[in-house]
Each structure stands twice: as structure tokens, then as C-alpha cells.
Design a binder for this molecule. Structure first.
Ligand SMILES: NC(=O)C1=CN([C@@H]2O[C@H](COP(=O)(O)OP(=O)(O)OC[C@H]3O[C@@H](n4cnc5c(N)ncnc54)[C@H](O)[C@@H]3O)[C@@H](O)[C@H]2O)C=CC1
Ligand SMILES: O=C(CO)COP(=O)(O)O
Length: 314
């Protein structure tokens, strides 16, 4: 007997996608292929936000972090239907509040389900139809299940998870490590150094994330360790590219204009350091990335500072 599931598993839905950048378009392509209706809104497009928001039963934001607060206040002014599910695919931290994107959406729409979508999802590979997996996480199980059905296909395997904060922080904080990893490869520090960086990087992510209220085991899943491995090992990652080019001696001002899309790790590092200082959490790798992005040290100084820290138990 053939036990293969058939996709799509749910009746056609209407998705409004806010932010028609690289990731918004890639996610739109996945759901269109599953037979769902997709309407895009972007600040430079010709569709009105009101039209896209009011027509959607699933509203997905793939706006980069710097645009989230302003977009959600515009959505709030328009209002959402009583059954609308909000999905956020942004991986960043808000400089004003240090909140994640989902926390901002949930504060603005307290009575609506908010679902976080995050995983090892380099958009270029997904656009080519290569297999990938992701996680949809929410406090609202039925909303997460519907979003899982909407996105699942033979190329895109979707898991649900009940820890939205952990899933979102895994995807967000690994961008800081991806910059460090690009530096490591750019300086040709070797495989041992890379393994040490990723392992200690994960420890740092878990220290911050559990202090924030996330579950430790979430960080060993696809959106934590999975996304860390993908992003820190791929030249397709914009964050990795930033680190790699810093190691070649370029400045941030020279690197950022030529990147295809947003490297959220640059802003995330700043916000993370602000939060870690206030809460007195030790984040040695993120601190060196911060100093490097600020132009205070060279990539070689950053490596030396990490290697010469006080010796201690693992
Ligand atoms: N590209 C990828 O492989 C993946 C990206 N992401 C995350 O998705 C988010 C978007 O990434 P990309 O699409 O790659 O970046 P992008 O730079 O291609 O797109 C960003 C989108 O946000 C919009 N935006 C920025 N500021 C805005 C503002 N003030 N008001 C309204 N809209 C604004 C832009 O117009 C654009 O549509 C980031 O948080 C990124 O970390 C997550 C997973 C994979
Ligand atoms: O989050 C991503 C892959 O999961 C994309 O990484 P970059 O934003 O560094 O390209």
C-alpha cells in the first residue's frame, strides 16, 4: 500500500505576504506551488497594504527587522479579521525594545495567534527546489498545524514546535555566529577552529536564550543547531559573507551596499550586546563580533582575544 502523504493537505488559503524581498518571495513561491493564493505587499509595490491585509486569512511578515515596527503599526491601523493568523519569518531584534519580531506582533495583536517560521532555509537553495526543512512554532497549536499544512510539500518538510521564543531566538542569534564563522573561514583558521567556534557559539546562544525564557532543547533542533550549521557553513549566507569580507580587510560600509538582501546579524549584534550588558550575561563571541563591526579591533585581534580568555571548565 502507498502511504505517501499528498500535498496540499488543506483547502486553499489566502496569504498576504508583507515584504517582497528575497525571503518573502521564496515563501510565496512555496505556498503558490501548493495551490494557495498569494498577495504581496511591499513599500515600493503598487498594491495597497489595506487590500492585502483585509483579503488574507494568513498574514505573513518577511519584512527585515528595521521595518517591522512601522509595518505592524500600519496593519494595526487597518485592523485584522477575527480569524487571521499572523506568521513572522523575520530573524532579528528590535533596537528600541530588544524584542523579537514575534514579540512585537503579539504585543500589537494580543488576541491573534502568532506563528514563528524559522529553520535552516537558505533562500537560493529553496528557490532551486532543493529539499529543506523548517519549524513553525506557536503557543496556538491549531494555528501552527494549519501553517504546517499550508507550507508542507515534497521539497519542504515542516515541523511544529510549542516554543516560539526558542525557535525565533535560534534563527536570530545564529546570525551573529555566522558573521564570526565567515571571519574564521576568511582568515583560513581551519576545521578545528570552526568546530570550536560553532560549539561554543551554540553554548552562548543557549545561555542567552534560556535566560530569555526559551527551552534549552529547542536550540538543539532545526531552528537552533540546524540553522547554525547551515548559515555558518554557507557562502550563500549574507551574514557569513559579511564576516568573510571583514576578514579580507573590507569595511562594513564597503560590504553592505553589495549584499543581496539584509544581513540581520549586524543589527542583532548591537541589540544583543545592549541586552547582555543590562542583564549581565556573558557573551564573549558576540562581544568580539560587536567590537569588530564597530571597527574597534581587527579580525586577528578578535581571535586572539577569544583564545586568551581566562582558562575555565567547559
Ligand atoms: N533570505 C533568506 O534566506 C532568509 C531570510 N530570513 C529573514 O527574512 C527577513 C528578510 O530577509 P530578506 O528577504 O532576505 O531581505 P530583503 O532585504 O531581500 O527583504 C527585506 C524586505 O523588508 C522590506 N523592508 C525593509 N524595511 C522596511 C520598512 N521600513 N518598511 C517596510 N518594508 C521594509 C524591504 O522592502 C524588503 O521587502 C530577514 O529578517 C532575514 O533574516 C529568514 C530566513 C531565510
Ligand atoms: O537565515 C538564513 C538561513 O536560514 C539566511 O541567512 P542569511 O540571512 O545570513 O543569508
Amino acid at each position: 500500500m502507498d502511504n505517501k502523504p499528498t500535498f496540499p493537505a488543506t483547502k486553499p488559503q489566502t496569504l498576504g505576504i508583507l515584504g517582497a524581498g528575497v525571503w518573502g518571495r521564496t515563501l510565496g513561491q512555496l505556498v503558490s506551488q501548493n495551490g494557495h493564493r498569494v498577495e504581496y505587499w511591499s513599500r515600493s509595490g503598487d498594491r495597497s497594504l489595506e487590500e492585502v491585509v483585509t483579503g488574507a486569512n494568513i498574514l505573513l511578515s518577511a519584512v527585515s527587522m528595521k521595518g517591522v515596527a512601522s509595518v505592524l503599526s500600519q496593519v494595526k491601523a487597518i485592523g485584522l479579521g477575527t480569524d487571521t493568523i499572523i506568521v513572522t519569518a523575520t530573524k532579528g531584534l528590535d533596537p528600541q525594545t530588544t524584542c523579537t519580531a514575534a514579540q512585537l506582533w503579539q504585543r500589537a495583536f494580543r488576541d491573534r495567534p502568532v506563528v514563528v517560521l524559522a529553520g535552516p532555509n537558505l533562500s537560493k537553495e529553496i528557490q532551486q527546489g532543493l529539499p529543506a526543512a523548517t519549524v513553525v512554532a506557536s503557543n496556538d497549536e491549531s494555528a501552527a498545524s494549519l501553517v504546517q499544512e499550508v507550507f508542507s510539500s515534497s521539497n519542504f518538510r515542516v515541523y511544529t514546535n510549542p516554543d516560539p521564543l526558542g525557535v525565533e531566538l535560534g534563527g536570530t542569534l545564529k546570525n551573529v555566529m555566522a558573521i564570526a564563522s565567515g571571519v574564521c573561514d576568511g582568515l583560513q583558521l581551519g576545521t578545528n577552529a570552526k568546530a570550536a567556534l560553532l560549539t561554543r557559539g551554540l553554548t552562548e546562544i543557549i545561555r542567552i536564550g534560556t535566560h530569555w525564557g526559551a527551552q534549552m532543547e529547542t536550540f538543539y533542533g532545526l531552528s537552533g543547531l540546524g540553522d547554525l550549521l547551515a548559515t555558518c557553513n554557507s557562502p550563500l549566507s549574507r551574514n557569513y559573507q559579511v564576516g568573510y569580507q571583514l576578514a579580507q580587510g573590507k569595511t562594513l560600509a564597503e560590504i553592505l551596499p553589495d549584499l543581496e538582501g539584509t544581513a540581520e546579524g549586524v543589527n542583532t549584534t548591537q541589540v544583543l550586546i545592549q541586552r547582555a550588558k543590562t542583564l549581565e550575561i556573558s557573551v564573549p563571541i558576540s562581544y568580539q563580533v560587536h567590537q569588530l563591526l564597530e571597527g574597534q579591533i581587527t579580525p586577528k585581534d578578535a581571535v586572539e582575544a577569544l583564545m586568551l580568555r581566562d582558562i575555565k571548565p567547559e
